[in-house]
Design a protein around this ligand. Structure first.
Ligand code: SAM
Length: 280
């Protein structure tokens, strides 16, 4: 360690799979702090063993954080050097720590970032989708109706969207995304940096079908490209096309036809078609 470690809270990023994805500075900090707060101490032990570290380590996770926080803050106020790590990647990113950092900041305790891996950024960079602007959406609600409502709030965001998803829900989530966003380009990054790392890139409506049954497990990130403003029709164009299609087609086939052309989600086209039919 080049200079003594200052008192404060250290947010240390750890690997998302490959145990060698850890910075030299992270190793320095984990080797010199007074205490490491870890989401799962057994998981962290694997990391410590791989790098010959023997820090004092205690559990800090969503179930005990409210109880532990006050004691940790007290120790920090007395000048302790404490690191926070999660099971994988950057702490606080869909992981515990936000309230601890907020309270530390409020009390004037120094908080230091020790940056490193995060699955969101790793997936975004390999997705081959625009990286100049992106929106990190974290985990979606588990139930379909709530998930679709959540997705609808993201429809008009003019940037790539990054989602964490569990393998148990990936199929249903991709189907909901295809319904709400239409056939936007997308990517699914699975088991990044690990032995069975895989990456699929396809329009949202085809992505689910590409994933073999035996790969619907492991850790996954879904990246969805931004809406294509060049191919997306405005509402007047959509309504005009629907009016014409509805003169000689059923509601369903009119909606299918216009959805194919307009670059909007089927759901949105369907809603407009219903409005038109009611007002005619
Ligand atoms: N704090 C972590 C980070 O910075 O990436 C994320 C923690 S969150 C509880 C765990 C989710 O991250 C997983 O469900 C998955 O969506 C994603 N994830 C973590 N590791 C991954 C990996 N190696 N490959 C793909 N996705 C991963």
């Amino acid at each position: 360690m080049p200079s003594a470690l200052a008192p404060g809270l250290y947010l240390v990023a750890t690997p998302i799979g490959n145990l060698r994805d850890i910075t030299l500075r992270a190793l320095d900090v984990l080797g010199h702090v007074d205490l490491v707060l870890a989401e799962d101490t057994r998981m962290s032990r694997r990391l410590f063993d791989a790098h010959g570290l023997l820090p004092k380590c205690t559990a800090y996770h969503e179930h005990n954080a409210d109880k532990r926080r006050e004691k940790v803050l007290g120790e920090l106020e007395e000048g302790a050097r404490i690191a926070l790590i999660s099971d994988a990647g950057t702490p606080l990113i869909s992981d515990p720590g936000y309230k601890l950092v907020r309270e530390a900041a409020r009390r004037g305790i120094d908080v230091f970032a020790i940056p490193g891996p995060s699955a969101a950024l790793a997936a975004l960079t390999v997705s081959a989708l625009p990286t100049d602007k992106f929106f990190f959406a974290g985990f979606l609600p588990p139930k379909s109706a709530a998930r679709q409502r959540a997705l609808e709030r993201f429809v008009s965001i003019p940037s790539s969207l990054v989602f964490y998803e569990s393998p148990a829900r990936i199929e249903a989530s991709l189907a909901d995304m295809a319904e709400v966003f239409g056939p936007r380009p997308a990517a699914l990054a699975r088991e990044l940096t690990k032995r069975f790392e895989t990456l699929y890139r396809a329009p949202l409506d085809q992505l689910g079908a590409l994933i073999p049954e035996d790969e619907k497990r492991g850790e996954m990130v879904v990246v969805v490209g931004p809406p294509d403003e060049n191919t997306q029709w405005d509402t007047e164009q959509v309504d005009q096309a629907l009016r014409e299609a509805l003169t000689d087609q059923s509601l369903k086939s009119a909606v299918d036809e216009v959805t194919q052309m307009c670059g909007l989600a089927r759901r949105e086209v369907y809603r407009r078609a219903l409005d038109l039919r009611q007002s005619s």
